[in-house]
Design a protein. Structure first.
Length: 345
């Protein structure tokens, strides 16, 4: 197969990111550059992402970040086979900035545009970093989504179950805000939990574990954190650490058990395929959750594939890679991709 070099652009939330990924002729992938500029400091004072601030920051940063990604990869515009950009879902202002920049580059360089679904970027990342064939079970845990998907091929995703209310990342962010921790909440909660002296002091519920199936719920857990925090107020830093540890272990218990059940569903669907659980999305950067999943997977006789933390949270290498996957998949069918006419989704 022909080698493919793709510039990826990601601007759907509060990271302004560009990356160049190359698939060489023997099928090996290389991240030639992967530049991520987090806007967290611009949003911190508001306790969450402010869409207009995000869009404006993408405008002021993105062209130079694209340039740096190209320079670091030592790639010229002519060396590119395509430009890939997140076309949604996400904050519309940021998506427009990234998509229009990608269109402009694609037009000037005379290359096709690949419009990438952000979730597909997360879903395929593990194939960038390790040898992983379809089908596999995916646990996607990000700020906006929490779901189990059967990944059967490029563009072939079947949803098996999901949260019925908050996404896990959202629960981390809201818990952090409630406890006065810095934005973004996930890493702050993980850090506070790591410093916990008595991680079993507070007892929090494990929502929906008593119910069959693999759907999840995290809104009640967040409420339980609030009730517990009020009862223990005023909270010392030690209290906050213990409460974060209790929250994190409740989440890990729920995710661990639901993943175990999801793996048996996978094996029912594919009895002859060695089961693989892939975890992706920002929450997959969490060490305690990764460890719980890894322990559960080894007990269940399954393999856990977890991309390095830097590729779990939003980045453009995953967008470039999803572009490569789609181009390669299309080429195998003798088709070409050019999404120039695709609107943001
Ligand atoms: O995938 P992502 O970067 O953006 C979305 O597509 O949503 O995920 C962001 C989410 C946020 O809710 C953030 O708090 C959470 O992932 N997150 C974490 C950690 N790092 C990021 N949650 C728990 N532990 C972490 N270390
Ligand atoms: Zn994401």
């Amino acid at each position: 197969p022909a080698p493919l070099t793709v510039l990826g652009i990601e601007t759907s939330c509060d990271e302004t990111a560009a990356a160049v990924v190359r698939l060489d002729a023997d099928g090996r992938a290389h991240v030639l550059s992967n530049i991520i500029r987090s806007q967290a400091s611009e949003h911190a004072a508001f306790g969450g992402v402010v869409p207009e601030i995000a869009a404006r920051a993408h405008i002021s940063l993105l062209d130079r970040i694209v340039q740096s990604a190209m320079e670091e990869a030592d790639t010229g515009w002519d060396d590119l086979d395509a430009v890939a950009a997140t076309a949604g879902p996400g904050l519309i202002g940021g998506v427009i900035v990234g998509l229009m920049t990608a269109k402009a580059v694609a037009m000037a360089a005379g290359k096709p545009l690949v419009a990438v679904n952000h979730l597909e970027g997360h879903a395929l990342t593990a194939r960038l970093t390790e040898d992983l064939a379809f089908p596999y079970l995916l646990l996607l845990v990000s700020g906006g989504h929490t779901q189990f998907l059967l990944v059967e091929g490029v563009g072939a995703y079947r949803r098996l179950g999901s949260t019925i209310d908050d996404a896990v990342g959202e629960a981390f962010d809201k818990t952090a805000k409630l406890l006065g921790l810095a934005y973004p909440g996930g890493p702050a909660v993980e850090q506070a939990a790591a410093a916990s002296v008595d991680p079993t002091r507070f007892a929090l519920p494990r929502p929906m574990l008593d119910r069959p199936g693999i759907d999840m719920s995290f809104a009640g857990l967040k409420t339980a954190v609030r009730t517990t925090a009020h009862a223990a107020a005023p909270l010392s830093p030690a209290d906050v650490g213990d409460l974060c540890a209790a929250f994190q272990s409740a989440v890990a218990d729920v995710i661990g058990e639901k993943s175990r059940r999801a793996l048996s569903l996978f094996s029912e669907a594919y009895p002859d395929t060695p089961p693989v659980l892939v975890v992706a999305g920002g929450v997959a950067a969490n060490g305690a959750i990764r460890q719980r999943l890894s322990q559960m997977a080894s007990e269940a006789g399954a393999r856990l594939a977890a991309p390095p933390a830097r590729l779990c949270t939003d980045n453009a290498a995953m967008i470039a890679w999803a572009g490569i996957e789609r181009l390669r998949d299309a080429a195998a069918r003798g088709e070409r991709i050019d999404d120039r006419a695709v609107p943001p989704r």
